[in-house]
Design a protein around this ligand. Structure first.
Ligand code: NDP
Length: 294
């Protein structure tokens, strides 16, 4: 099945549903991505800090698909921020992915404590875009205060801001600011993964009665309803799974349509409680990750 695309603010087409690989172990990544490509996904979201870009690259090669059919997205980690460091980080990621050009390259986090390095990193993305080494550039986990700080300093508007969005944490203010600037909101944890794989977190979006009631109407799963909700509200969604049945299930969301009342009911589930780390608190030392050479 072919799926709809979203046109980014520079005209590049992004498949509306992609495949995430956060926490996919490096030695399982190739198999998971090969399966996703077999099912029909054409957009893969990885990151230098996930340690599995090589597995994504191996899957791209093994798939036999033309490079032009695929949309490959990755992210620069904060330890590689700064202009020269980020230019070099591109070569590390492209080398591991086995590609000449990356479709969408993001800054993984703002680095509020060293914003000059964040700006240097973004300027490197602009250079990579001008040189044709990436097709689109963007940011991730930028809150309004980070975006307001970035925008006056840059030439190219980010195409995407990838942020935590699922029924229990919707970040409407960030989504509205993104929209005002023509920046696409890309939802990470779009089925609320962060709400159910965190020890001690009691609520799971998968068991939410409002979502399950809607799912029953269409004979769909809670995960499918959440992905449909995200896609229908215009977000890019990038669910992750390593299980073939779920990889297929998460892709099968374009044969039903939620009503305005059902969308509103899911909008009403926002708890305003973040599942992931507060982006304002991230420093170079938070995760102590160093990105290896290709
Ligand atoms: P998701 O909302 O995609 O949930 C993933 C979790 O749900 C996994 O535990 C997976 O387990 C499980 N799962 C997947 N499909 C189903 C299903 N149909 N039914 C029940 N359980 C299911 O969360 P993620 O955190 O993975 O976010 C998606 C992607 O977003 C990431 O993979 C990554 O690419 C990106 N991301 C970006 C971040 C950023 O800071 N920019 C932060 C976090 C994520 P299993 O694999 O066992 O099926």
């Amino acid at each position: 099945m072919s799926i709809p695309t979203i046109t980014l603010n520079n005209g590049v087409e992004l498949p509306a549903l992609g495949f995430g690989v956060f926490q996919t172990p490096p030695d399982e990544t190739q198999v998971a991505v090969v399966e996703a490509l077999r099912v029909g996904y054409r957009h893969i979201d990885t990151a230098a800090s996930y340690g599995n870009e090589r597995g994504v690259g191996a899957a791209i090669k093994a798939s036999g698909l033309a490079r032009s059919e695929l949309f490959i997205e990755t992210k620069i980690w904060v330890t590689d921020y700064g202009y020269d460091e980020t230019l070099h980080s591109f070569t590390k990621s492209a080398g591991k992915l086995g590609v000449e050009q990356i479709d969408l390259l993001l800054l993984h986090q703002p680095l509020p404590s060293a914003f000059d390095r964040t700006l240097g990193a973004y300027r490197a993305l602009e250079t990579l875009l001008a040189d044709g080494r990436v097709r689109a550039i963007g940011i991730s986990n930028f809150l309004p205060e980070h975006l307001e700080r970035l925008l006056p300093e840059i030439k190219v508007m980010p195409a995407v801001n990838q942020i935590e969005v699922h029924p229990y944490f919707q970040q409407r203010a960030v989504q509205a600011l993104n929209a005002r600037h023509g920046i696409l909101t890309q939802a990470w944890a779009p089925i609320g993964g962060i709400t159910f794989y965190r020890p001690g977190f009691s609520k799971s979006t998968l068991a939410d009665p409002v979502i399950l009631d809607i799912a029953a109407v269409y004979g769909k799963s809670a995960a499918q309803v959440m992905l449909r909700w995200g896609a229908q509200e215009g977000r890019s969604v990038i669910p992750k799974s390593v299980k073939p049945a779920r990889i297929a299930e998460n892709f099968d969301v374009f044969d039903f349509k939620l009503t305005a009342a059902q969308l509103a009911a899911i909008d009403g589930l926002d708890s305003l409680e973040r599942g992931g780390p507060d982006p304002s608190s991230i420093t170079v030392d938070t995760f102590k990750r160093v990105i290896p050479e290709a």
